[in-house]
Design a binder for this molecule. Structure first.
Ligand SMILES: NC(=O)c1ccc[n+]([C@@H]2O[C@H](COP(=O)([O-])OP(=O)(O)OC[C@H]3O[C@@H](n4cnc5c(N)ncnc54)[C@H](OP(=O)(O)O)[C@@H]3O)[C@@H](O)[C@H]2O)c1
Length: 256
C-alpha cells in the first residue's frame, strides 16, 4: 500500500461492484496504469488496497463501506445522490453507462467531486483528471438537486423519447424506423438547448400559441395512454414559453 494520498503509479485500487459502472471504471483505471483489483462481486473477499471505490447501489454503500474500511486507506463512492457519511470521498461521473463502454468514455465529461478532508478531495480531483474528466465540486447539501438534474437530463429524457416512439408507432411508423427518424430532431434540439437554453430555442405549437393543434395532439396522446404525461409536459413547456424572452444579441456597431 502507498503511504501518500497522490495517485502515483503503483496506487492500488479495489473496484467493488461488478455492474454497469464498476466494469468500465476498472478498465479505465487499468488503462491509466493503475493496479486494479476487480470489479469485485459480492461473493469475493475484500483485498488490502490503497483505495476502495464502491460501485454498488446507493442503499448498499453503508454496509460495503463498513466491510471495506479495515482494508483500504481511503474509501470512495461514485454515487451522485449519496452523502459522504460512510466514505472519505466521492467521484460521480456525469454520464450514463450501460457497461459496454471503452475506457475513453470518461474523456471530456464532468465529474462531481467531494471529500471529507482536503487530502480525500485531492484524491477525488486527481482521479477525475486521470480519467480525463473535468472535476467540479458538489457538497452534501446540494447532492439531491444535482442528481435530480442528471436524472432529468438522462433518465427522464429517455421517458420522453420513449413516449415519442410510442406515438410514432401509433402513426404506423415502425419503432426502429421512428428512432432513426426522430434522432436528428433530438440531436439538433439538444445542441440548440446546450448553446442557448430552452426559452431561446423553443419552437412548436405551444410556443406559437396554436391551441387547436395542441388539443389534437393531446387527443392523439390520450389514445395511447399518454394524456397525463402530455398534460404535465405541456404545462411545463407553457411555463418556458411564458418566460421573458432572452435579450437579443446585438452586435457592436462599427464606427462610421
Ligand atoms: N450506470 C450509470 O450510468 C451510473 C452513472 C454514474 C454513477 N453511477 C453510480 O454507480 C453506482 C453503481 O451503479 P450501476 O449503474 O453500476 O449499478 P448496477 O449496474 O446495478 O451495479 C451494481 C453492482 O453492485 C453489486 N452489489 C450490490 N451489493 C453488493 C455488495 N454488497 N457487495 C458487492 N457488490 C454488490 C451488484 O451485484 P448484484 O448484481 O449481485 O446485486 C451489481 O453488480 C451507483 O452509486 C450509481 O449512482 C452509475
Amino acid at each position: 500500500m502507498q503511504t501518500t494520498s497522490s495517485l502515483a503509479p503503483g496506487t492500488t485500487f479495489a473496484i467493488v461492484g461488478a455492474g454497469r459502472l464498476g466494469g468500465v471504471l476498472a478498465r479505465a483505471l487499468r488503462a491509466a496504469g493503475f493496479d486494479v483489483l476487480g470489479p469485485l462481486r459480492r461473493d469475493q473477499s475484500m483485498p488490502n488496497v490503497d483505495i476502495a471505490l464502491l460501485c454498488v447501489p446507493d442503499a448498499a454503500i453503508p454496509a460495503v463501506a463498513f466491510v471495506a474500511r479495515p482494508h483500504a486507506r481511503l474509501i470512495g463512492h461514485v454515487s451522485g445522490a449519496t452523502p459522504l457519511t460512510d466514505v472519505d470521498f466521492s467521484i460521480h461521473p456525469l454520464q450514463t453507462f450501460t457497461g459496454a463502454e471503452t475506457p475513453d468514455v470518461f474523456h471530456g465529461i464532468g465529474a462531481a467531486i467531494a471529500g471529507r478532508t482536503a487530502e480525500a478531495l485531492t484524491v477525488a480531483e486527481q482521479l477525475a483528471r486521470t480519467l480525463g474528466a473535468h472535476p467540479f465540486p458538489v457538497d452534501d447539501a446540494h447532492r439531491a438537486s444535482y442528481h435530480a438534474a442528471a436524472s432529468f437530463a438522462s433518465n427522464f429524457l429517455l421517458t420522453v423519447l420513449d413516449a415519442a416512439e410510442q406515438l410514432a408507432a401509433s402513426a404506423s411508423i415502425p419503432r426502429d424506423e421512428a428512432r432513426q427518424l426522430l434522432a436528428p430532431l433530438v440531436r439538433r434540439t439538444v445542441e440548440n438547448w446546450a448553446a442557448s437554453g430552452a426559452a431561446a430555442v423553443l419552437t412548436g405549437p405551444i410556443a406559437r400559441g396554436d391551441q387547436a393543434t395542441v388539443a389534437r395532439q393531446r387527443a392523439a396522446a390520450g389514445a395511447v395512454d399518454l394524456e397525463n404525461l402530455f398534460d404535465a409536459l405541456a404545462a411545463a413547456t407553457r411555463a418556458i414559453a411564458d418566460r421573458p424572452a432572452p435579450a437579443p444579441h446585438t452586435p457592436e456597431e462599427s464606427p462610421a
